[in-house]
Ligand binder design. Sequence first.
Ligand code: HEC
Length: 310
Amino acid sequence: MLVLSKLSRSLGILCCLALVAGTRLRGAQSESALAPKQEFFELKVRPLLAKNCFACHTDAKMGGLQLNTRENLLKGGKRGPAVVPGEPESSLLIRAVNHTDPKLEMPPPGKLTSDEISILELWVKDGAIWGKPSNATAGASSEYVISPEQRAFWSFQPVRVPPIPKVTDRSWIRSPIDAFILAKLEAQGLKPVRPAAKTTLIRRASLDLIGLPPAPEQVDDFVRDKSPNAFEKVVDRLLESPHYGERWGRYWLDVARYSDAQLTAEGDRREVYWRTWFLCAQSQRRVSRRSCGCNRSRFPGTHCGLCAVS
Ligand code: HEC
C-alpha cells in the first residue's frame, strides 16, 4: 500500500507541474453567432472527438495524427490525409470509425454508436468545417476558455479503475498489476523470465528507488530474511529513505526546468530553498526549520515562505 500511495503522490505532484508547465489558457472569442456549419461542429462533432479521440490524437499524436485543427486533419498521419472534405467514403477517418479495414479500427476501446458515425459522415460530407479557431488574440477578452483539446490533456483525466485484463497463465499473477504486464507479454507471444536472484532483486530495487546500490550488509540481511514479506521490507526502507526524494524529485525538477546554474548569482538563493523544500516533500519529510534550506542562521534575514520558519 505504501508503494501505491507514494506513486500516487508522485503522480499528483507531476500533475501540478503539468498544470504549471503545460497549460495555456486562451482568450475567449468575442463574436457571438457561429455559422451553422461551425455550430454543427461545435455542438456535435467537437464533443464527440474530445470524448473519443483527443486522448490519443492531440498531444499524443498516435499514428502521427492530430485531430486538433482542420489543417492537421487534412494533413493526416502516417497514412496520409485523415479526411477528404465532401467525400466520406474516401476519408480514412470515416473508414476507421466504420471498421472498414480490420487493420485500422478507431477508437481502439470500441466502436462508436451508429448515430455518432452518422454525425461524422455528415460533417465530412458537408466539407469537414472546423469551429472557431481556438487561438484567438490573447487579451481580446478578460474571460478564459479551456478548449476541449486542452481539457483532454492526460493529467487532467479523472483517475479510473481499469478492468483487469484476462490472462492465460494465472499462476504467475501475484497482484492485479501483474495481469497488465502479462497480458501485453501474452499478446506478443512472450513468456515472463524466471524470478531474479535475491542479490539481483535488491540491487535493482535499490538503484531504481534511490539511485544507489545496496550496502553489502543490506544485501546479506535480505538474503538471510526468509519471511514472506522480506522484499516488502526492503521496498519500505527504500521509500522511507531521503534519497528516494532526491532520486525521483530530480525528474520533476527537470520538468519544471529547475537548474542549479541559477544559484551562482550572488544573493538570490530562492531556487535552492525551493529545491530543498521540493525534495523534502518528495521524501515525505516534514519541512521544518532544520530540514529546509532556508534556515535563517545560514541565510540571515531570508526564508522561502514554504517552510515552518515564522
Ligand atoms: C487509445 C488511443 C486512441 C484513441 C482513443 C483513438 N485512436 Fe486513432 N489511432 C491510435 C493509434 C495507436 C493509431 C495508429 C495505428 C496504426 O498505425 O496501426 C491511430 C491511428 C488513427 C488513424 C490513422 C492515422 C494514419 O494516418 O495512420 C485515424 C484516421 C484515427 N486513428 C482516427 C481516430 C478517431 C476518429 C478516433 C476517435 C473516434 C480515434 N482515432 C481514437 C490510437 C487511438
